[in-house]
Write a protein that binds this ligand. Structure first.
Ligand code: AMP
Length: 218
């Protein structure tokens, strides 16, 4: 099964995508995690994208499309859950073309809907593990030991683009560049809106309900 999870920054895409992909036994491909890993290992791609990311802007389509499609080719055919890609209609069209050629069309797009006030609160309190990408929240999802990842003991970080000023521009970019994707996928009849307000378990149960329907109730 090939799925896309869509939603504004802070909607909980990353947290939910890890659980969903694990439950479905498919690959989880997060464009943001991929770019952060490139930066951390000092690759030419990492250097090219750093400035865009830190200012809250989107990385240009041509860079992003090539990077993700390369990963997809290596991803085998068990299926994939794309998290953070596509973010523009041009990216969606390139993805359709590549998956269509490979005979692996997108089966469903899960759109997480979260009120704006909740988003800002979620992002400013978010802390992430730079090693395994686990996501925590200072209030709602605290690690067992303050400031330290439960999985690998790494010191948690506050992403430089998770500050209040950068969030404003990330949300604006989402509205302008990514919201048109909902129409694009609704037109194809594969968009499923899911209420993203609630606990991680509640939202996960709602998403799983949709994926069960998509896999024919299996
Ligand atoms: P995320 O972790 O998904 O919030 O992504 C962090 C940042 O990476 C974004 O603010 C963009 O600068 C960049 N990025 C991630 N995915 C994409 C994409 N599909 N297109 C363009 N830029 C992206």
């Amino acid at each position: 099964m090939n799925l896309i999870i869509l939603g504004p920054p802070g909607a909980g895409k990353g947290t939910q995508a890890v659980r969903l992909a694990e439950g479905l036994g498919i690959q989880h491909l997060s464009s943001g995690d991929m770019l952060r890993a490139e930066r951390a290992s000092g690759t030419p791609l990492g250097a090219k994208v750093a400035e865009y990311m830190d200012s809250g802007a989107l990385v240009p389509d041509e860079i992003m499309i090539e990077a993700i499609l390369n990963r997809l080719e290596g991803g085998g055919d068990t299926g994939v859950l794309l998290d953070g890609f596509p973010r523009t209609v041009a990216q969606a069209e390139s993805l359709d073309e590549a998956l269509g050629k490979a005979g692996r069309p997108v089966d469903g797009v899960l759109e997480l809907k979260v009120p704006r006030g909740a988003i800002v609160q979620r992002i400013t309190g978010r802390r992430v593990c730079p090693k395994c990408n686990s996501v925590y929240h200072m209030e709602f999802r605290r690690p067992r030991q303050e400031g330290v990842c439960d999985n690998d003991g790494e010191a948690l970080i506050h992403r430089p683009d998770d500050t209040e000023e950068v969030i404003v521009s990330r949300l604006k970019n989402y509205e302008k560049q990514t919201t048109p994707l909902t129409e694009y996928y609704a037109g194809k009849g594969i968009l499923h809106a899911v209420d993203g307000d609630g606990s991680v378990d509640e939202v996960c149960a709602r998403l799983e309900r949709v994926t069960r329907q998509l896999s024919g109730g299996r």
